[in-house]
Design a protein around this ligand. Structure first.
Ligand SMILES: [Fe+2]
Ligand SMILES: [Fe+2]
Length: 271
């Protein structure tokens, strides 16, 4: 794996990934349920990031030079997230997991059926909402170093991705509130985006666990409890989800730029 520090339009890190050394399906410290929770995230990322880019692309035409630069950085980061997670999804297939039925179902519903009937304002609000989920999940996971026992190469994929999610967490929100300054639109987008994210992630996790006949086991329950309850992720997630519905919500209220620098320092050191 190669990590280079670059300076291109604010996208400071370029990473190349090789997942050939990942040979355990339970790469999250032996926790199958949480490994597959993040595997489901991986499977959703490529089309999800492409959806963000399609949705915000129209803004480029009327953007100022600074805004253009911001949007290009955002598009570049999201496109690279898609490529990197697609590579890891391929490794999941090599390790014997079937992924196509879930990916085709999710993409068919979200981008085949729902996207074409959503007006552009609602699509922008949906993107802003899912970006909030990405940013607060990134904050929780990076601040607690929750992948500390995960396989090194998968940890680096997620930490690299999450650092960039924090870095660009204001982009979709800022364009939404400037161009469509309606609280109700933002809140409705929140309901759609949050429901879609958690419904799709839970479905994907269950689909992968079912392949291993570990869907309804006591071990799976205790694995879910360890992450969501014992580590406090559920409680913090609910707090962050609720904060989105405050009329004066601003992603900047959660200050975590120092966290991004710290994680990037760690990634560089491990290189
Ligand atoms: Fe992303
Ligand atoms: Fe993002």
């Amino acid at each position: 794996m190669l990590l280079k520090k670059v300076d291109s339009c604010g996208a400071r890190f370029h990473m190349e990934f090789d997942f050939s050394s990942v040979s355990e399906l339970d790469w999250f410290g032996g926790n199958a349920a949480i490994s597959h929770w993040f595997d489901a995230y991986t499977l959703l990322v490529p089309e999800n990031e492409a959806f963000y880019i399609r949705t915000l692309k129209h803004l480029v035409r009327s953007a100022s030079p600074d805004e253009k630069r911001l949007l290009r950085t955002f598009f570049g980061q999201e496109a690279r997230h898609g490529e990197a997670h697609r590579l890891y999804a391929h490794r999941m297939n090599e390790m014997g997991l079937a992924t196509a039925p879930f990916v085709e179902l999710a993409n068919g519903i979200f981008y085949g059926a729902l996207e074409p009937i959503q007006p552009i304002g609602l699509r922008m609000a949906t993107v802003a909402a899912i970006e909030h989920v990405n940013a607060f999940m990134a904050h929780i996971i990076l601040s607690k170093d929750m992948f500390r026992n995960a396989h090194r190469d998968v940890r680096r994929l997620f930490y690299w991705h999450f650092a960039e999610e924090i870095e660009h967490k204001c982009v979709a929100h800022d364009f939404l509130v400037r161009d469509r300054p309606s609280y109700y639109l933002r809140a409705f987008g929140g309901l759609i985006g949050f429901s879609a994210f958690f419904l799709a992630s839970i479905t994907g996790m269950c689909f992968l666990l079912a392949q291993r006949k570990r869907l309804f086991t006591r071990k799976t329950l205790s694995e879910l409890k360890a992450f969501w309850i014992d580590e406090g992720v559920l409680k913090e997630s609910i707090r962050h989800l609720a904060s989105y519905f405050a009329p004066n919500f601003d992603p900047r209220d959660l200050s975590d730029s120092a966290l991004v620098d710290q994680v990037r320092g760690m990634l560089l050191e491990e290189c």
